[in-house]
Design a protein. Sequence first.
Length: 256
Amino acid sequence: MRNPMVAGNWKMHKTGEEAREFLSAVKESVKGETVEAVLCAPFTALPPLREALGRSHASIKLGAQNMHWEEKGAYTGEISPLMLQELEVDYVILGHSERRAYFHETDAEIEKKVFSAFAHGLTPILCVGETLAEREKGETEQVISRQLQGLKNFPKEKISSLVIAYEPVWAIGTGKTASAEEAARVIGWIRRQIFTLVSEEVSREVRILYGGSVNAENIDQFMAEEEIDGALVGGASLKPESFVKMVEIAGRRKGR
Ligand code: 13P
């Protein structure tokens, strides 16, 4: 049974103080939920979030949005897995399309990051997805297949904890979503790739989220799809009330 997840990717939003305010607004409402609620905050907001959350809150987890694969070195401006370990984050988003597009991250680099995250006890949320041009050329599967090639090399004992987020680039921040059926179709296809590249068992265990203009009004249609294990949400995760609402809706559909 896959544990459903609603993860907020705050991107470059919220100071430490704003993050604290957000947390105090959502903390109690999210407590009894049976879905995992994850806050992927900017690095500087993670320590105040961890402090305010403590370790005892069962339903809210913390995540980072990127990291370098090396533990230390001359990499100005980067953050290492050891530094994230120290912040006690559970998850790290890797290969987000904004990292791929604006910071030219390659599949090979993202693969090294996923390895390193696993080696340091962090669970990667690996993002994949096609651009509009690629979709229009009918290349969706080909692009995602390339982005998933690292799967066959990842450590066998860790890989079932991996979270994959299918985020079609044309749906991110645009207000346009893939239809729930289309998102479920691509996610089903990703699961079959995992079957082929890794094993049937792992393909049944890996959680696959949909991301791209998800909000409190449309999340239910995605959660209604058997194939979709949750959502990675940008803009709509910034407001406490819409975050709580999305967690509640996901919990009603998928919670245990
Ligand atoms: P939006 O929900 O703002 O479209 O962003 C999606 C996303 O990129 C989450 O990682």
